[in-house]
Design a protein around this ligand. Structure first.
Ligand code: NAD
Ligand code: DAU
Length: 347
């Protein structure tokens, strides 16, 4: 658990977690239910897209309510919030993968913009007391050699994914300002850890290495991301739920800037696989060069700081994928094969 020094102040009872069967949402649900963070109900609303998997939270099935539904469905969202007397919404549900947003952007606008707006409007009408909107550092665009994103950095999204998240952030902040609606926006850096869908860099490279397949590194491999373990992200969200200020934005960063190629090499080394498996492929269109997140506001206001050392978290993550081959084989069936073929075979 990440460190936070301030006494929790907010009393939250019945919580709706959207996207709670996805990668980060399920980490939140496992911690919240497993550690009894909320005295009332934890209700998970998830459309179970290709990225959602009930298995990720199945160990806690008896202690939560699961609703299979779409955040764009206003009637269902309204019924869910009123039936379960939801006072808190933690909103993870999204289309989350940049490469998919380049191949097919419309669903990103539908879920990330329209879906968020639908959820927000129903939450406002029904008097939800706290709406925590989970966003991303990608809304700030790309950095050069120096500096990091603060909450005051201008929005400059480059991919359709990032643009859809920025649009959603603006709507949430507009509700806070216009209606005094109690919302908070968080912007986190790249997450890693168990249960991440194997289209993203770290799990994809682990699985390709395990299978002896080529590891497709985009461009020159020198792009930099700021990595954070899901345990630290979820710990930050808990602090913000307890004591974050309404109407505010909080950046959440891992403080682990790494070049892609260095991560790929570390994975190969750990698994005892040859570097000859690396294949430099054509670059992602509009590829952001570097992200780095300044979390000073979260540290000074709420006393949070990340505690998982990157090399340890990466090792633990690699071992999780080694142990959980049946999990990743199942999620990679079907639709993923079609995506994979479109994404990589053309490069
Ligand atoms: P994910 O793709 O693993 O999970 C998304 C979840 O949302 C899935 O369970 C999916 O079924 C569900 N979902 C998608 N469309 C839906 C809809 N219309 N209605 C209901 N449920 C729907 O994503 P993730 O990586 O866990 O990201 C979660 C959130 O965190 C997203 O909002 C993302 O933008 C944000 N974020 C992610 C990262 C990261 O590194 N992965 C970093 C910062 C912020
Ligand atoms: O920064 C936060 C964001 O991090 C989140 O908002 C997104 O939801 C999440 O997907 C992630 O976006 P990225 O595009 O940074 O993550 P991805 O894992 O797709 O790529 C990480 C880096 O690795 C990026 O520079 C592209 C590169 N890459 C990725 C893949 C999948 C490769 O070189 N090869 C690959 O096959």
């Amino acid at each position: 658990m990440s460190i936070h020094s301030k006494t929790p102040t907010r009393k939250l009872t019945n919580v709706l977690v959207t996207g709670g069967a996805g990668f980060i949402g399920s980490a939140f649900v496992r911690a919240a239910v497993g550690e009894h963070w909320f005295p009332g109900k934890v209700v998970v609303l998830d459309a179970l897209t290709y990225a959602g998997n009930f298995e990720n939270i199945a160990d806690f099935a008896d202690a939560l309510t699961f609703i299979h539904g779409d955040i764009c469905d206003a009637d269902m969202v309204e019924k869910t919030i009123s039936t379960h007397q939801i006072d808190t919404v933690v909103h993870f549900a999204a289309e989350s993968h940049v490469d998919r947003s380049i191949l097919g952007p419309m669903v990103f606008t539908r879920t990330n913009v329209l879906g968020t707006h639908t959820l927000l409007e129903m939450s406002r009408r029904l008097g939800v007391r706290l709406f925590l909107h989970i966003s991303t550092d990608e809304v700030y665009g790309s950095l050069g050699e120096e500096g990091s994103f603060t909450e005051l950095s201008p929005l400059n999204p480059t991919s359709p994914y990032a643009a859809s998240k920025a649009a959603a952030d603006l709507m949430v902040l507009a509700y806070a300002r216009t209606y005094g609606f109690p919302a908070i926006v968080t912007r986190c850096s790249n997450n890693y850890g168990p249960y991440q869908f194997p289209e993203k860099l770290i799990p994809l490279m682990i699985i390709h290495a395990l299978r002896g397949m080529e590891l497709p590194v985009y461009g020159d491999g020198m792009n930099i991301r700021d990595w954070i373990h899901t345990r630290d992200h979820v710990g930050a969200l808990r602090c913000i739920l307890s004591s974050g200020r309404e109407g505010e934005i909080y950046n959440i960063g891992g403080g682990n800037q790494r070049r892609n190629i260095d991560i790929v090499r570390a994975i190969l080394r750990y698994l005892g696989k040859p570097e000859s498996l690396v294949r430099f492929v054509s670059d992602r269109p509009g590829h952001d060069r570097r992200y780095a997140v300044d979390s000073a506001k979260l540290a000074s206001e709420l006393g949070w700081r990340p505690v998982v050392p990157f090399e340890e978290g990466l090792r633990e993550t690699i071992e999780w994928y080694v142990r959980n081959e049946p999990w990743w084989r199942r999620v990679m069936d079907g639709e993923y094969q079609e995506y994979y073929t479109r994404q990589y075979l053309k490069r």
